[in-house]
Design a protein around this ligand. Structure first.
Ligand SMILES: [Zn+2]
Length: 256
């Protein structure tokens, strides 16, 4: 089986969209390949597992998504409800505030990043974006974060640390791919879309800087009524990463 470079930090929805574009010949396939390699060198999260993925025809339908738990969830951002969902393959946690009926609510789809979310890593901006999303939702009094529990699956987390090590040693892209490459994990938008369906949401205001993410969520049947920028001020250690996102992946970030 051919090994592919993986997106080292990019959120899986973005990665999936970029690959879909490359496969469809939309835009420049070579450029996307290059992007994957650039990200591989610059980024820190690991979003693909070695597990075989479902084809699009097998993606989870709303019926296959099951809520396994719901509880009260006070946090320092405000008072939420917390939910656990699974489709048998993947799991996600949702924190939700307020009544979601009526105008499209704020939504952030966040991929687990242990080093950022828990240890406050400054190799990426994951935690800062998550906090911004929770603060924004609390300010509006309604909205939700879908937190995809995918880093710990398969060999994700430790390979992320191995990637850090290789980056610190100055490994080039090809070497890193050879050493840590995995089969592609074509994470789709099926689970988040099914969760939104569970909450009766047909339209959302998506907190994201990635135009491709919007397109991909809409392909999964959810209307993005508005893109709400999720901009956090770069610190020195995330500058390269954010610049790469902006220049190579078309993320809507301020020049730095
Ligand atoms: Zn991160």
């Amino acid at each position: 089986m051919r090994k592919r470079p993986f997106f080292a930090h990019q959120h899986p929805l973005e990665a999936s969209a970029a690959r879909q574009n490359a496969r469809k010949g939309r835009g420049d396939g070579k450029l996307h390949q290059q992007n994957e390699q650039v990200l591989w060198n610059h980024c820190d999260n690991y979003n693909e597992s070695a597990r075989p993925r479902m084809s699009s025809s097998q993606q989870s339908s709303p019926e296959q998504v099951r809520k396994v738990a719901e509880a009260d969830f006070p946090s320092r951002f405000g008072h939420f409800r917390i939910y656990g969902f699974t489709n048998g393959e993947e799991e996600a946690v949702v924190v939700k505030m307020g009544d979601l009926k009526g105008e499209p609510p704020l939504l952030r789809i966040h991929s687990q990043c242990l080093t950022g979310d828990v240890f406050h890593s400054l190799r990426c901006d994951c935690r800062a974006q998550l906090e911004l999303a929770l603060e924004s939702i609390a300010r509006e009094g309604r909205g939700l974060v879908i937190y995809e529990n995918q880093e710990g699956r398969g060999i994700g987390l430790l390979n992320k640390l191995r990637a850090y090590e290789l980056q610190d040693q100055g490994a080039d892209t090809v070497e890193a791919n050879e050493q840590l490459g995995f089969e592609a994990d074509l994470r789709g938008y099926a689970l988040p879309a099914a969760i939104l369906h569970y909450f009766g949401l047909k339209a959302v205001r998506l907190m994201s800087n990635n135009p491709e993410k919007i397109e991909a969520l809409e392909r999964a049947g959810v209307q993005v009524a508005e893109r709400v920028p999720c901009i956090v001020a770069p610190v020195e250690s995330t500058e390269d990463y954010l610049r790469t996102k902006r220049e190579k992946l078309g993320h809507l970030l301020d020049p730095m």
